[in-house]
Ligand binder design. Structure first.
Ligand SMILES: *Cc1c(COP(=O)(O)O)cnc(C)c1O
Length: 419
């Protein structure tokens, strides 16, 4: 691919990332990259947090914007020569605000965890109490794990779920909020397959004078496509990743109202981060552009339709599907009725080319499995394929060797990067 730049740079011809040159210079790393592309192409990526970015996003990521130092924000940088990367960041911010209907967007967070760290830094002081979903019910590391800054620096209280329904028990959340008087309430999870009731969380936060932080790292792409409710009208701060269902580059973002804009921006830079990654920010802009198209909305709705069929198929095969199904791209299930725990299941499924994660189970200390439909839907698979994948998951658990061959055949019909 060869591109000639705009009129004022008509002498520039850019040939894009040159893989052949990399292969000549560094065959060791080239082999890893090719091998990984082969692995991604020859197995089914059912990890709920993964997706396939577009070639356009990859092109922006592998561009010379990676060379630019840009501490600060557009128009107020600590380095010279930032005029063009400023334009990229302004475009990314404007697109994010328009896409999610937010008054302010910060697109500099290096990851979802960095976004949450910045949100806490903007709103809290060390030692403050925070109410979030307990880690054994699906809370993220940044929601109070003792191994993470969150658990070390803040006093986290965990809410759970109703033991019978598997759903968030909002009365329990309210009771805990009234008892512990948190400075912030966090909603969002890594494995809860239902929509949080953002209005209920807002009301509970208001009741005790707490901030509401929505950690929408998982559903942000569904929200962009209109396939999930948005926390933006309810939460003081919305944190997200750009690489899950949203299908952009690996990174984070933060949305908030105008009144918190400056605090959030200062919490990202200079408080928790240094120079912005301008190639990633340009790639985020490309992804936001893609996510605002009707095709992406169709995609997001298909992701959910696919997850529903996959969840039903898993239940029919005997898996215990948590909450009885899903509203999102994500399914959490216990394979115990099939005679294996989550860890054994993950290994057997990986051997058949079915790649997924284990997850905490809200009961006992065994592990379940967590899977999602974002990546396979990007590959063009629909409900018929999901029904078949459910059958293959059960077959692979029984170590039926035919499963691997059929997975490979499916990947050939639906290559992630055709051509
Ligand atoms: C994925 C996720 C994160 C962290 O994102 P990273 O980019 O891995 O740091 C934070 N919170 C939730 C709820 C997530 O699902």
């Amino acid at each position: 691919m060869s591109v000639t730049a705009a009129p004022d740079a008509a002498h520039i011809t850019y040939h894009g990332a040159d893989f052949e040159a990399l292969r000549r210079q560094d065959p060791q790393i080239a082999e890893v990259i090719l091998g990984e592309l082969g692995r991604q192409s020859d197995s089914l990526q059912l990890i709920a947090a993964e997706n396939f970015t577009s070639p356009a996003v990859l092109a922006a990521l592998g561009s010379p914007l990676a060379n630019k130092y840009a501490e600060g924000y557009p128009g107020a940088r600590h380095h010279g020569g930032c005029e063009l990367v400023d334009a990229a960041e302004r475009i990314a911010v404007e697109r994010a605000m328009a896409l999610f209907g937010a008054q302010h967007a910060n697109v500099q967070s290096h990851s979802g965890s960095s976004a949450v760290l910045a949100a806490y830094a903007a709103l809290l002081k060390p030692g403050d109490t925070v109410l979030a979903m307990g880690l054994s019910y699906g809370g993220h590391l940044t929601h109070g794990s003792p191994a993470n800054f969150s658990g070390r620096w803040f006093d986290f209280v965990g809410y759970g779920i109703d033991a019978d329904t598997g759903l968030i028990d909002y009365e329990q959340v309210r009771t805990l909020a009234r008892h512990h008087r948190p400075k912030a309430v966090v909603c969002g999870s890594i494995s809860y397959p239902r929509h949080p009731d953002y209005a209920a969380f807002r009301e509970i936060a208001d009741d005790v004078g707490a901030y509401l932080i929505a950690d929408a790292a998982h559903p942000m792409g569904l929200i962009a496509g209109g396939a999930a409710p948005s926390p933006v009208p309810y939460a003081d701060v919305v944190c997200a990743t750009t690489h899950k269902v949203l299908r952009g580059p690996r990174g984070g973002m933060i949305l908030c109202g105008a009144e918190l804009a400056e605090r959030i921006d200062r919490a990202v830079f200079p408080f928790t981060q240094g120079g912005a990654q301008m190639h990633t920010i340009a790639a985020k802009a490309v992804a936001f552009g893609e996510a605002s198209t009707p095709a992406f909305s169709t995609y997001a709705h298909q992701v959910v339709a696919n997850a529903r069929v996959l969840a039903d198929g898993l239940a029919a095969e005997g898996f215990a599907v948590l909450t009885g199904g899903t509203d999102t791209h994500l399914i959490s299930a216990d394979p115990a009725p099939l005679g294996v725990d989550g860890k054994t299941a993950r290994g057997r499924l990986a051997a058949a080319g079915l790649v997924l994660d284990t997850c905490a189970l809200p009961y006992g200390d065994g592990r379940g499995i967590r899977l999602g439909t974002a990546a396979v839907t990007t590959q063009g698979m629909g409900e018929a394929e999901m029904a078949r994948i459910a059958v293959l998951l059960a077959a692979a658990l029984r170590e039926n060797v035919k499963a691997r061959a059929e997975v490979l055949e499916m990947t050939r019909r639906f290559p992630p990067y055709p051509g």
